[in-house]
Design a protein around this ligand. Structure first.
Ligand code: ATP
Length: 375
């Protein structure tokens, strides 16, 4: 404690404390946003259109006023500090490059208008261009570049500023699927190399899972969960997050827990045994309705897994399946409710009704009313 007080180094690069945004028309877009972002984290704000993620990013950038709460960057409260003095640099979705300037001039621009020493400008531009592989294009104009190269210039313009925090608003959304995949890899490498803090907005849950050190999922202005990608995938806090993160989406089943809290009884009457841990967690739900969730990744049809999960086995009625190389997606029904299973591509599906099982310890249970995970 004492050491922390003595230390001049802030522990967190960015802190949002009870941050709210109410637009002038009265619309409450962000409610009580709280997060401590450590140096070097890659935070991804994710959620469907209109959930408040861009508003949050724009408040950090200083492009939107904060209605209440505190924003602390690098140990300093910056609610009332102008964007240019905030130690941040923002990369926009539409790149915002100057068409009449070369790549070099675009990269140098923000430092030029700040009247930075030309020697430093050149050093910073060459550094950004090297990191991003833009050296061969320095004399080109933006229209002579591919989409991916333009995106790299946009990122380079942030790098030259050497900010504490990089803010990125859907920077890959204008690129085609293949290029997006490549740029995801490049952004991860760039983040590793710069070791800076990134806050990144996307509605694409694959980007969230692949890029983030922690994901923040938002809905209707409220933070739903803040967690590492693995934690969020394995233990989604509520039904909304379970449905938002992961493709294909999570399977959900209506039913109840039996009086002894030893099994889940599906609405169809099918019985699925609980593990000892689940029994303990669901003790208070004995006799009550719950929602069971199981990811397609944890539904199996192979003999070995069926044997290991004999008490979680059920009849899967197959509607159709897609062969996708290393895996197959099986679409069907479990007791009248939809199911998707992601099974090994080598497995054959010979019948319309096949034996399948839920991997016991991966089953999750949610309160029927609050839709929050029971733990
Ligand atoms: P998208 O992915 O579509 O950009 P988002 O999650 O980034 O969505 P925001 O742009 O943060 O969403 O908007 C959050 C909510 O605030 C939306 O309902 C939007 O209509 C509303 N909103 C945004 N700007 C304003 C404004 N200037 N005045 C009033 N409401 C606004």
């Amino acid at each position: 404690m004492e050491n922390q007080e003595l230390s001049k180094e802030p522990i967190y690069d960015v802190v949002l404390r009870d941050v709210n945004k109410v637009y002038p028309n009265g619309f409450h877009a962000v409610y009580d946003f709280n997060i401590n972002i450590e140096k070097g984290e890659f935070i991804v704000l994710a959620g469907p259109s209109g959930c408040g993620k861009s508003t949050t990013l724009r408040m950090i950038a200083g492009l939107e006023e904060i209605s209440s709460g505190d924003l602390i960057i690098n140990g300093k409260r910056v609610n009332d500090v102008a964007p240019k003095d905030r130690d941040i640099a923002m990369v926009f979705q539409n790149y915002a490059l100057y068409a009449h300037m070369t790549v070099y001039q675009n990269l140098a621009f923000s430092l030029t208008i700040r009247k930075t020493d030309p020697v430093i400008i050149h050093k910073q531009v060459m550094y950004a261009a090297t990191v991003l592989g833009l050296i061969p294009y320095l004399n080109r104009k933006p229209k002579q570049l591919s989409g991916g190269q333009r995106q790299r210039v946009a990122v380079g313009r942030a790098i030259v500023r050497d900010p504490v925090v990089f803010l990125l608003d859907e920077p890959l959304s204008n690129l085609d699927a293949k290029l997006r995949g490549q740029m995801r890899k490049e952004l991860t490498e760039l983040h590793d190399r710069l070791q800076s803090t990134f806050v990144y907005v996307t509605h694409d849950q694959i980007e969230a899972l692949t890029l983030a050190s922690r994901i923040v999922v938002m809905k209707d202005g409220y933070v739903q969960q803040i967690a590492t990608p693995k934690e969020m995938f394995e233990y989604p806090e509520n039904i909304f997050v379970a449905g938002f993160i992961g493709t294909p989406p999570c399977n959900f089943y209506n039913g109840k827990i039996d009086e002894k809290a030893t099994k889940f009884i599906h609405v169809s009457g099918a019985e699925i045994a609980l593990t000892a841990d689940q029994s303990k967690i669901l003790k208070d739900y004995a006799g009550k309705e719950v929602i069971m969730a199981s990811r397609p990744d944890y539904v199996f049809t192979d003999d070995a897994t069926l044997k290991a999960n004999a008490k979680q086995t059920f009849k899967l009625e197959v509607d159709y399946y897609e062969f996708l190389g290393s895996y197959k997606l099986v679409y069907g029904e479990f007791g009248g409710e939809k199911i998707i299973a992601k099974i090994n591509g080598r497995e054959e599906i010979k019948e319309n009704v096949i034996d399948a099982c839920f991997q016991a310890e991966k089953m999750l249970f949610y309160d029927k009313e609050t839709e929050i995970r029971i733990r």
